[in-house]
Write a new protein. Structure first.
Length: 335
């Protein structure tokens, strides 16, 4: 086990095989698929079963599922097990209306008995490790609420919840330091993640998540909160090498970070475009799919007079167009 494990967070429409492979190459210690709807898996919907495709190269890999019904989650977990992931992860944290509003994902933070039933059912259905990912609570008023009506209130909601999930046989717990109500706004509160980790009754690994965007912040989170691993989400957009940057810093904080030339970074982004097109099987769709990475890549941030080029890059619809704009960026802004 590496000393500072860094995981690529599960992200819908982002952590497909093409992106996972790149992050893996740059040192991600575990990658997660996009979340997959359990009912759709059970109904054998093509868009869902397609997301089960994993390869040996990316191991260890976790496949994440979500749903609100224990029986169908257990059935979906059995289907997932046949794809042979290293881990099955349950999503108890998705805040979006179409998921949480229907009582799945973070919606289960308002129905903890059901959440625990799902956790138990999935654990009992399969023989590979089952992990879970959740948030601090439903909203700020529930941060110190009892887990459910009639439960004795011990500590913070998430501290009690983590214990309860551990008791269900969940083998690792990832915590995004926000409430459902926060969605992605405000700042992740790591102090409650630390409280879970420091609870002497917790013995499963705790994975911290939320706003870890720099190597220095990753080190601070390991050092201050004692988490067993950190999960990186948005900071990986257009920057799969962030895992390598963080690893180098974590292992040798006093040495200087690798210098990445614009040409080198652009070559990686181009490779990602090629892989996306290949995975999706359609040039235009593959490019549209890559735009999130162009729009958020740190290599294009802060460039003087970049606006028109950025617009052109985000409008380009063919690989040739994208690559020639990228080449012109290297010519004009490269170093
Ligand atoms: C575009 C996008 C898609 C996401 N999809 C999922 C998902 O499928 N499953 C999940 O557990 N979390 C999902 N998340 C949440 C991330 O895994 C992570 O918890 C969140 O982005 C906070 O981490 P960060 O600050 O490092 O980005 C998603 C986040 C984003 C931005």
């Amino acid at each position: 086990m590496t000393k500072y494990p860094l995981y690529l967070a599960p992200m819908e429409d982002v952590t497909d095989p093409a992106f996972r492979m790149l992050c893996k190459r740059f040192g991600a210690d575990r990658v997660y698929t996009e979340f997959i709807n359990a009912d759709a898996l059970v109904r054998d919907v093509n868009a869902a079963t397609r997301k089960l495709s994993i390869s040996d190269y990316e191991r260890p890999v976790a496949i994440q599922i979500y749903g609100r019904d224990a029986e169908s989650m257990a059935e979906a977990a059995k289907i997932v097990e046949q794809a042979h992931p290293d881990v099955i992860d349950i999503n108890f944290g998705c805040p979006v209306k179409k998921v949480a509003g229907k009582g799945a994902g973070a919606g289960l933070l308002r129905d903890v008995p059901r959440m625990l039933d799902i956790a138990k059912a999935v654990v009992n259905a399969v023989s590979i490790p089952v992990t879970a990912k959740t948030r601090l609570g439903w909203d700020k008023d529930s941060l110190y609420a009892p887990l459910y009506e009639g439960a004795t209130q011990g500590q913070a909601f998430i501290v009690d919840l983590a214990e309860a999930l551990q008791d269900c046989g969940i083998q690792e717990l990832a915590i995004h330091g926000r409430t459902r109500a926060q969605m992605y706004t405000g700042e992740a509160d790591w102090s409650l993640i630390g409280a879970v980790k420091n609870n002497p009754r917790m013995h499963i690994p705790i994975i911290g998540n939320g706003d870890v965007t720099t190597p220095a912040r990753a080190k601070e989170c390991f050092d201050r909160y004692g988490v067993d691993a950190i999960m990186i989400g948005r900071a990986s957009f257009g920057c799969p090498w962030i895992f390598d940057d963080m690893k180098q810093f974590l292992n040798a904080p006093h040495s200087s970070l690798p210098v990445r030339s614009m040409q080198w970074c652009v070559d990686i982004l181009k490779e990602h475009v090629i892989q996306s097109i290949q995975y999706i099987g359609d040039e235009r769709k593959g490019i549209v799919h890559s735009r999130r990475h162009f729009a958020n890549s740190p290599i294009f941030k802060g460039l003087a007079d970049f606006k028109q080029t950025r617009i052109a890059l985000l409008r380009a619809e063919t690989q040739d167009e994208v690559f020639s704009i990228m080449d012109s960026i290297v010519d004009q802004w490269g170093h």
